[in-house]
Design a protein around this ligand. Structure first.
Ligand code: FEO
Length: 408
């Protein structure tokens, strides 16, 4: 990456879910780094996952580092996707001092039972590795956990940013942004947004605070714990994260996401009428059926879209259960300030609406009059559905896209 600075991470291809929840069909990169000055530091580790620990050890060997000679293990963030291999690696590198924040040290004890040879650092502290390499620490709490920090190497200008500025996805031929073929860019855009929506969205205000805190740092390269290393245009990923963080506010894309489920086709019939009305405005519409589609992908589209249409039937006097899960996650991930419509079929009662009202209470959504119908929708009700789609789409179309996507 730079003189004496190396990527030593691993690409994980696995059917396992990230955090035990989120699918990663393409995989994920666990980025780890080594810095050689007079002293040797490792920044981030990997999890023992899909062969990642073995790859990490081979990469270390390929740059002639014996674990016994490692002086510092910098743990920017303690989530086990970064530190799962720590307990074992510590035994291979007994001389290494563990460098982390005060809250990080508490998790080193909590997760790994280790309390010795730990150096606690805070914002403004630094470690001189010799040969001009100096590590500077800045705490960025809640991006993604409270203990998180970043490490800035001032000679190279590389910011080791941990989860911040990260992405799902594996490197296909190169770890660097400036070596990505044009055709791969949409893949990274999708995987970065999905990662942000799944992992970071809840902490969007902390993301903006962290970016502000780092505003005066001369960042020449961003090296996150996941995804691309931003060597050519580090500003691009910063801008992308600002744009995503603003999706938690009112600055969303003029797009609509439709999430629907249907038991016997009645709600689906209304869905088609609503889509007919909405599509007249020629704005992007993302349609997801539950429970068939995974929440990870639904969340990414809902998070960025200013418009949201929810359609589901009443089920046993309540809401179609997969939709209840969707709404609970949307609340957890702070999908706020949207133009929203709700529709659905019922048989004996309209219990789904009651649940919808309860679950959407905290979301600060601008909700249209709900469209409920008994059994199969009538011709008049279908016309109302078309009109509902039209209303949401018109409202959404009026919203300018306020944050431009920075190209890389
Ligand atoms: Fe990459 Fe919060 O873990």
């Amino acid at each position: 990456m730079s003189d004496g600075i190396y990527w030593i991470g691993a690409e994980v291809h696995t059917e396992d879910l990230f955090e035990g929840i989120w699918p990663i069909p393409e995989g994920v990169a666990l980025n780890a780094y080594a810095i050689k000055g007079d002293k040797i530091a490792i920044i981030e580790l990997v999890r023992e996952w899909g062969g990642a620990a073995l790859t990490f050890m081979k990469n270390l060997k390929s740059i002639d580092i014996d674990p016994k000679d490692v002086d510092y293990i910098i743990l920017n963030h303690l989530e086990p996707d970064h530190t799962g291999f720590f307990y074992m690696f510590r035994s291979l590198a007994p001389n290494a001092k563990v460098v982390t924040t005060e809250k990080g040290a508490a998790l080193v004890e909590g997760f790994y039972g280790i309390t010795d040879n730990i150096k606690i650092v805070k914002t403004g502290d630094s470690i001189d590795l010799g040969k001009g390499k100096v590590l500077n620490f800045v705490e960025i709490p809640n991006v993604h956990w409270p203990e998180t920090q970043v490490t800035y190497e001032s000679n190279s200008g590389i910011l080791f940013s941990s989860d911040a500025f990260g992405s799902y996805g594996i490197h296909k031929g190169s770890i660097f942004d400036d070596e990505q073929p044009e055709a791969i860019k949409p893949y990274w855009e999708e995987e970065t947004l999905r990662y942000y929506a799944n992992i970071v969205a809840k902490f969007s205000s902390s993301v903006l605070s962290a970016i502000e805190k780092l505003a005066d740092v001369d960042i020449k390269m961003i090296a996150p714990a996941h995804g691309l290393i931003w060597r050519g245009n580090p500003k691009a990923i910063i801008n992308k994260y600002i744009r995503y963080a603003n999706y938690s506010k009112e600055l969303q894309e003029p797009e609509i996401t439709v999430v629907w489920g249907s038991m016997y086709g009645n709600t689906e019939t209304m869905l088609n009428a609503i889509l007919k009305g909405a599509s007249e405005q020629e704005i992007p519409i993302h349609v997801h059926q539950v429970p068939n589609e995974d929440m990870s992908f639904i969340l990414a589209d809902v998070f960025k879209s200013a418009g949201l249409i929810i359609g589901c039937p009443t089920y046993e006097y309540g809401m179609f259960p997969p939709m209840r899960y969707v709404l609970e996650i949307l609340n957890e991930k702070l999908t706020r300030f949207k133009k929203v419509a709700f529709f659905g079929s019922y048989g004996w009662s309209g219990g789904a609406l009651k649940v919808f009202n309860e679950l959407s209470e905290k979301m600060k959504w601008d909700i249209e009059e709900p469209l409920l119908f008994k059994g199969y929708p009538s011709k008049e009700e279908l016309q109302k559905g078309e009109e509902l789609g039209r209303i949401i789409a018109k409202k959404v179309k009026e919203i300018p896209s306020k944050i431009k996507n920075e190209e890389y």
